[in-house]
Design a protein around this ligand. Structure first.
Ligand code: IPM
Ligand code: MN
Length: 367
């Protein structure tokens, strides 16, 4: 029987707590015949403090060779390289660039039982996907920018035809697979850029318009990033799939997460042609680390995406079925009021995790 190796990196702050929670829920969903083999590797800010290395070569190799990578969260304030950038982020950024994880899929969904800070929205009203280009844009400058005479800092923004075309195609494919609910029966891809001011974004938009012709069944539109930030607050139910440049996607996905309860409710999947990397969109929240109150839902939902991605890639229904059950368990537990402090409740990580484990196995969760 086929087995899958999952490289697990716990990371910093609340990373280990939410990562262990996700592994437990995944194992509960797959049962005793689980085809997953978990291998743990070190990386992150704490590891850097202890060893001087943020991402050891053996960890990189383990991640590259694994069938998928699961991460808690990385980074600690003040643990920085001489240029001021954070050492704890090396893990995530190196995986993105070296494994060419070009598509960062960030589902934004308001669950029944979570209060949105937006007025008059209910579960189902917010259900879209931000597809963040993950291999170029402004982030491509990392480590390659310049500081001239200590006076002028330059980080170029890179858009390649190849890079834009593949992310835009991915957006249309996600819309076709109905990731994010079609709105009023319409599947829609929104291209979010700043084409009115910068050439690189005009280039992005021109490629979007050309690729769109190959998908006549999908409605398209353009939105400028500044207006988009407002639209996601004023009319979030309009959106289905939003495709955008790396840095814009980073910023927009935090704003979007806030509309559905905050960073604790924001899963993320970063995939390329060969590798998949799964972690919540949130940071390591060192202020609440070790207190047992971290919200595990974002990482649990990211792990469900991992099972979906593996399951589809290998035509293995055991995995896609487990993913479905995890999503259903999350829905049930949240509807039953199992909310962590960040989303207005008082349930701890352990209580939520135990309830999820019961629910995925088909037993109704306790309150
Ligand atoms: C994210 C994070 C990362 C980013 C960090 C951890 C490098 O904020 O995944 O959104 O800036 O992309
Ligand atoms: Mn971010």
């Amino acid at each position: 029987m086929k087995h899958y190796t999952i490289a697990v990196v716990h990371g910093d702050g609340i990373g280990p707590e939410v990562c262990r929670a996700a592994v437990r829920v995944v194992e509960a969903a797959l049962g005793t015949a689980s085809p997953l083999v978990f291998r743990e590797y070190d990386a992150g800010a704490q590891h850097y403090l202890e060893t001087g290395e943020s991402f050891p070569e053996a960890s990189f190799e383990g991640c590259r060779e694994a069938d998928a990578i699961l991460h808690g969260a990385g980074g600690l304030p003040g643990v920085v390289h001489p240029d001021g950038t954070e050492a704890g982020l090396d893990f995530t950024l190196r995986l993105r660039f070296e494994l060419d994880l070009f598509a960062n899929i960030r589902p934004i969904r308001l669950y029944d039982g979570v209060r949105s800070p937006l007025r008059d929205v209910k579960a189902g009203d917010i259900d879209y996907v931000i597809l963040r280009e993950n291999s170029e844009g402004l982030y491509a400058a990392r480590g390659g920018g310049a500081l001239l005479r200590g006076e002028v800092a330059i980080d170029p923004l890179v858009q390649t035809r190849h890079g834009v075309e593949r992310i835009v195609r991915k957006a249309f494919e996600l819309a076709r697979q109905s990731e994010g609910a079609p709105r009023d029966g319409v599947r829609r891809v929104t291209c979010c850029d700043k084409a009115n001011v910068l050439r690189s974004y005009a280039f992005f938009r021109s490629i979007f318009d050309r690729v769109a012709k190959d998908y006549p069944d999908i409605e398209t539109e353009h939105a400028l990033i500044d207006a988009m930030a407002m639209h996601l607050v004023m009319r979030p139910s309009h959106y289905n799939v939003i495709v955008t440049e790396n840095m814009f996607g980073d910023i927009l996905s935090d704003l979007a997460a806030a509309t559905v309860g905050g960073m604790g409710m924001a899963p993320s999947a970063e995939v390329g042609a060969h590798n998949g990397f799964f972690q919540a969109a949130h940071g390591s929240a060192p202020d609440i680390a070790g207190k047992g109150i971290a919200n595990p839902y974002g990482t649990v939902l990211s792990a469900a995406s991992m099972l979906d991605w593996l399951g589809h890639g290998h035509s293995d229904e055991r995995l896609t079925d487990a993913a479905r059950r995890i999503r259903a368990a999350v829905e049930t537990c949240i509807r039953d009021g199992l909310l962590s402090a960040d989303i207005g409740g008082s349930a701890g990580t352990e209580r939520i995790t135990a309830a999820l484990c019961e629910a995925v196995a088909g037993v109704s969760p306790g309150r």
